[in-house]
Design a protein around this ligand. Sequence first.
Ligand code: TMP
Length: 239
Amino acid sequence: MLKNTLLYTGKAKSVYTTDNPDLLILVFRDDASAFNGEKIAQLDRKGKVNNLFNAFIMEKLAEAGIETHFEKLINPSEVLVKRLDMIPVECVIRNYAAGSLCRRLGVEEGKVLTPPTFELFFKDDALGDPMVNESQSIALGWATAEQLEQMKVLTYKVNQVLTDLFEKGGMLLVDFKLEFGVFHDRIVLGDEFSPDGCRLWDKETKKKLDKDRFRQGLGDVVEAYEEVATRLGINLDSI
Ligand code: TMP
């Protein structure tokens, strides 16, 4: 597959067109950013670890019947994906309170959320990805009611599959963010699932094993991502 022109440079990935209009190549870089780009760094190996991590998760989700944009790994930094028409609304599920929920509502970190909460955020860097609701998303033309319903059902299904998967590795899936797009009229999971876009804690010690290590300056960021990967049985020998 030929990598053609650079279509878009995100905070951690670059997107290239290919000779097939239905397919794109994503390149996972070592860039880390937090607080809407205020804190940035280069973290050696992060791009490759996240690419291999994401490929493993996307395959598990596909096995569970969730359609994703993942096609195949090209090399440790690059993946071939379907070209989706992205919906600019991010879906977040929380199983335990953390991050912006604690700041917004004054809740103690780690409080169990029963049932898990579902939130929407408008994907807009200039606005700092504000929280939005369903009626705003529909009225502003970002998604239809049917699309939002499908995204919600799929996000809860992902939560079930991945909560079980991380539990087997001795971890709690605290929260995570998903992005969806449209591919030939179907809602398909896009972007990536990696420790950059979720919170994972060790079940016993509650040690943070995700991007909060970078946000909070806890150190050993990529080492923690590698620990999560190893616990899931992901082979990182190639990188
Ligand atoms: P939050 O606590 O900052 O709202 O984030 C909730 C979860 O969603 C956390 O795992 C980080 C992830 N997330 C992103 O990765 N990118 C985003 O733009 C948003 C809003 C959340």
